[in-house]
Design a protein around this ligand. Sequence first.
Ligand code: PLP
Length: 382
Amino acid sequence: MKINENYKNLNESYLFSTISRRVKDFKAAHPNADVISLGIGDVTLPVCPHVIDAMVTATYDLGAIETFHGYGDEQGYTFLRTAIAKYYAKKHVQIDQSEIFIGDGAKSDLGNILDIFSTDNIVLIPNPVYPVYVDTNLMAGRKIIFANGSIENNFLPMPDPAVHADIIYLCSPNNPTGAVYTHAQLKTWVNYAIANNAVILFDSAYEAFIHDKTLPTSIYQIPNAKKCAIEFCSLSKTAGFTGVRCGYTIVPNELGHLNKMWLRRQTTKFNGVSYIVQRGATAVFNNFSPCKKNIARYMENAKLISATLTKLGIWHTGGKNAPYIWLKCPNGMTSWQFFDYLLEKHNIVGTPGIGFGLDGYFRFTAFATRKNTIRALKRLES
Ligand code: PLP
């Protein structure tokens, strides 16, 4: 056998695995240290009670002959896809059932979608960004070019008309910077994609955190986006589903063969999300306000983090329409130097910006508990 040589181009381990390992080593060496994590973007608030109720009921459904469910519908149950279509209708976006595919989270779909694209496509990825886009394309050996975010462009890079790309990733709200593209900016990206006969892979995993009503929460709010964009979303952060696992991908019928190819790919390699989880996800969309309350609670954490960083005179952005705060490491430190400094001196864990592609920066998440957020901020202030 021959191995996939492209794996040699990857970092030794996935960013968050490296962080976990370093924290574990630190804890082993300092068993009494009270380490607080504002690092890995995992949620801490429990799943809302009405969602739990729906999943409990669904569990009992499986135990009775009249309500038993085996393999589910190919693209996900109609009840969930109907609820998602209604959610989009509220955003003034019309999505047909046939365009919605239920999956076990955005990460899998973002990686798996690449099955339907040739490996000789040129991939354009914003930098810094969620590392999965780069790694999954490196695994396949695709050529990657970057659109660089910076303080000057508010970490919202725009396309260069002189540069051609076939596959374009956009992440809005962005992980890690928290930056959100405006309607006008997304329109420029849509026009660029159409001009290049390219596809946009739009990751809207944090759309529910957008507070500013003037900002788009779906690429399909932009005219003509259905001709060039696939949207990926997840209930992980929206509804505390990081451990439950459910997401969805929208492949518009206007993309013609891509919709049918994704259906073909999924029906061959994926057998759906559990009935129980899909019932839980449906409860999320049918009664969104309890989830919104949790989101609001996280966003209050973001405000507290931002206020402390302002007090300390540390440059930062994000945290207004996303659960992430992106900051410049003080005193010219590199990302990993600041990581070590925070861990060793203050027992706080954050995420080094270099892990997202940009050194000298750092990410805090608003997903810790209120108590731990406040404790961590007190340590920083002192
Ligand atoms: N997209 C972005 C931008 C993310 O930050 C994450 C998770 O952190 C995901 C997708 C994956 O989410 P999941 O696989 O839990 O749905």
